[in-house]
Write a protein that binds this ligand. Sequence first.
Ligand code: ADP
Ligand code: MG
Length: 701
Amino acid sequence: MTSTPHSPSALEIPVTDLKGVTEVVREKLAKLGLVTVGDLLFHLPMRYQDRTQIYALGNLRAGQEVLVEGEVEQTDVIMRNRRMMVCKISDGSGQLILRFFHFNASQQRGLARGAWVRCFGEVRQAGNHLEMAHPEYRIVQNNDPAPISDALTPVYPSTEGLQQRTLRRLIELALEQAQNLPELLPPALVQRYQFPPLADCLQVLHNPPPTLATRTLLEGKHPLQQRLIFEELLAHQLGVQQARHKVKQVLAPQMLAPNTYFKQLLTLLPFKPTGAQQRVMGEIEQDLRATSPMNRLVQGDVGSGKTLVAVAAALQAIANGYQVALMAPTELLAEQHYQNFSQWFSPLGLEVEFISGSQTPRQRKRKVENLLLGISQIAIGTHALFQRTVEFLQLGLIIIDEQHRFGVHQRFELREKGKQGEHYPHQLVMTATPIPRTLAMTAYGDLDYSVIDELPPGRQPITTVAISNERREEIIDRIALACSQGRQVYWVCTLIEESEALQCEAAEKTEQMLKERLPHIAIGLIHGKLHGSEKEQIMAAFKANELQLLVATTVIEVGVDVPNASLMIIENAERLGLSQLHQLRGRVGRGSVASSCVLLYQAPLGKTSRKRLDALRQSQDGFKIADIDLEIRGPGEVLGTKQTGEARLRIANLVRDQRWLAEVQQAARLIVAKHPELTPLLIRRWLQQADGDSAAQFFHS
Ligand code: ADP
Ligand code: MG
């Protein structure tokens, strides 16, 4: 490297100045957001491999990534769908199969009977034996025992065609400049938490010395990691706050006129809003009266009555002469909302349009016109609402139901689409996914947050039982009994296979079986493959109690509301996520009769599965269930951000590092008040990512 040590500019040197960075390598690095030497320093290992000890073959468990050694007993090339080489090794304590799909003749010769091999790879269960597919391996000579590594090996996030070796080498070079990194944490914070110097942290994380406690490092608990975790969470928090601040800078329609429509609706409703509903409605009302756009997340457990809150918001917009778009994640749910809203809005003299992806342009023509001319006040639909062909005269409010299906970028996109002149529409997002508050502030920090923490009165608790598949018979009797008492039943077919076609097929078979077993009961079937209008008909028939038993796939997961249904059977419950089960179960227990939910599982149950089903049996509190779910599955899945890339973090983990969240929020306030110049630097350091929909891009836009 050419520049002198201790010059900050050494960090700005492009990676191309490093030895061996060809154009191809440069491109790959750029894909990872690595442009300068400084960027390389913050490309942290996503995990470590432990190659410091050799495991006995007899002690292996599936899922472990380990170093093993053994003598080749037999190597064969076989045909099973495709050609493969299968090699059996043993070390006296047990055996292991090595499986190779790409191999050459010299490899085959090298793995001859009697040779000693050392391999590194992931152990997996295959039938009744353990194996490693494509391990890294080498032949060990008897008289020359190859040394094993005495430190953990870092594994970096990479991209196709960029080898770990290359990354390790370049990062090694970059580490020479670590001393030049500016300290971005104010001295008060460094002192308060006794953080070690930044350069030391990076050195150790990229290059763990053998003396280091491997355990704490693997678990992300080492003090040197804590400093970086803190800094990353802080940068993230600042980014989110900045986004929120930017959003508040723009204009939105001020909705000051009183909500006369809602007052009128209340006189027609058979119930009164709960205290929690009233509180949240008040918060929304204030938001809508402001000159900057509302961006509010309303969280309320299944059945807490989020729809009414949405209705109140919509009516305020309409009373002020604006239109409303209500978007739901599935056509079924959108359709339900359409039914409900139509029913409530027609006595008020208001027009509702239903827009769905399965409508033909002809079917849609009139609806689109009505919206464009302002004849209709509200459009309800799926994301089809935001296609180019749908336009509004005066869109003032966007409501997104069951937000966990949408990502931050989509939310942002919608906002842009709804822009009219200088004004952005208000946004209200509703979710049943219970998110612990600190986590919500980090993951959805750009939104204000309200909770409906009270269920409407008179709800009966749902009794939940877990029953093995072998006891299906008892369930048939239960269904017959419930129906004879005038109740209705859901039977939910789930399959782990992602294929929708298979799900539907399974549901059809179940329907057949139930029709044979329960000939006196009116049974309907609903799944994703039915057309919109067919789904509508079936749902309407079930709602009207013309169907007593509804066999369904998980299309009914969210939002479906039939209070007379009081029994739900969920197949393959052990394979579903806890939050999803809780959502599904929320389809019953909506009326005044006691409901029950039967979780059918395939025996034997693993330990984790048992724990999950128990959690569900013992609790009906969405928050509690979410906490357990978080523990088991991690935040990406719980927040539904896996696909959308929200809250993508390099070293921090929102669950593991939860204890930092409150501290970080406090630190962010300190920075904003006393060291505002640090904000862009921290954001640049931690949130810069290259792949198109990067967090930094979002926070900067
Ligand atoms: P979710 O929060 O799951 O979307 P919904 O809005 O679908 O819940 O409401 C669930 C049921 O509770 C609906 O049948 C709705 O009419 C009813 N409901 C809503 N608010 C109240 C209330 N304050 N009192 C009684 N029932 C209510
Ligand atoms: Mg709902």
